[in-house]
Write a protein that binds this ligand. Sequence first.
Ligand SMILES: NC(=O)C1=CN([C@@H]2O[C@H](COP(=O)(O)OP(=O)(O)OC[C@H]3O[C@@H](n4cnc5c(N)ncnc54)[C@H](OP(=O)(O)O)[C@@H]3O)[C@@H](O)[C@H]2O)C=CC1
Ligand SMILES: O=C(O)C1=N[C@H](C(=O)O)C[C@H](O)C1
Length: 214
Amino acid sequence: MKYGIIGYSGRMGQAIEELFAEAGHQLVYKKDEKTTKEIEKPELIIDFSLKEAFAETVAIVKAKEVPLIIGTTGLEAADFAKLKELAAEVAVIQSFNFSIGINILSELIQKVNNYLDQDWDIEISETHHRFKKDKPSGTAIMLSELLDQNPEMHSKRLGSEFGEHEIDFASTGELLTLKHRAYSREAFSKGVLISAQKIINMEPGFYKFSQILK
Ligand SMILES: NC(=O)C1=CN([C@@H]2O[C@H](COP(=O)(O)OP(=O)(O)OC[C@H]3O[C@@H](n4cnc5c(N)ncnc54)[C@H](OP(=O)(O)O)[C@@H]3O)[C@@H](O)[C@H]2O)C=CC1
Ligand SMILES: O=C(O)C1=N[C@H](C(=O)O)C[C@H](O)C1
C-alpha cells in the first residue's frame, strides 16, 4: 500500500516506516512540523505527532479523502468530536495505545471493575522516556476511563523507557496488580500495521483499535 505519515521523523514515525518497509509498503507522503514531502497521493494517512498538529491533520485528511489512523496523545473531548465528524466521510481508527498487550489489559480492567466497591483504592502508575511531553500518558487516561472510580495517577519520565503501565487495586486485606511493559516501539507499530491492512477496505466510521483486533 501507499501511505503517508504525519510526524514521520519522530520516534514513532521512524518505527512505523521501518516495519511498513519490511512488509513492502511505500511511504509516499511525509509531514513534520516544518516540512511536507508528497511523492504521490497516499491511500491512507497515519498520524503519530503532537496535539498541536491535530487541526491540520483533520484538514489534510478531509482534503485528500483518505482513511486516518491516529495514535497521537493529548487529544481532548473537542478533538474527539472533530474526529467523529471526520469519520462521517472516511474511516478513522484511534487509540492512545496500539499494543496488543494494553488492549488485553483494558479487558482485564473492565472485568476487575465489576467486582469493586468503594472500599478499594485504585492507583495507575506510568513510566516513559525522558522526551515524552504529555503527562499522564494517553494510555493511563484511557485505562482510567474504564473504571467507575477516579484512580490516583502517577507519572515518571526516565531514560529510554518505551512505556510501562501498572494498575494497583487494594482493599484493607489484599492487593491486585496488573502491569504491561513495552520492550520496544514495535509493540505499537505492529498494531498500526494491522490497522492499516484493514482500514483500506473499511467503510467511513469511527473505530477504536480494540474493535479492529476482535
Ligand atoms: N497510540 C500509541 O500507541 C502511541 C502513541 N504515541 C504518541 O505518538 C506521538 C509521537 O510520539 P513520538 O514519536 O515519541 O514523538 P516525537 O517527538 O519523537 O515526534 C513527534 C513528531 O511530530 C512532528 N510534529 C510536531 N509538531 C507538529 C506539527 N504541528 N505538525 C506536523 N508534525 C508535527 C515532529 O516534527 P518535528 O521533528 O519537525 O518537530 C515529529 O516528527 C505522541 O503523541 C505520543 O504520545 C507514542 C507511542 C505509541
Ligand atoms: O509517548 C510514548 O512513547 C507513548 N505514548 C503513548 C501514551 O501516552 O500512552 C503510548 C505508549 O505508552 C508510548
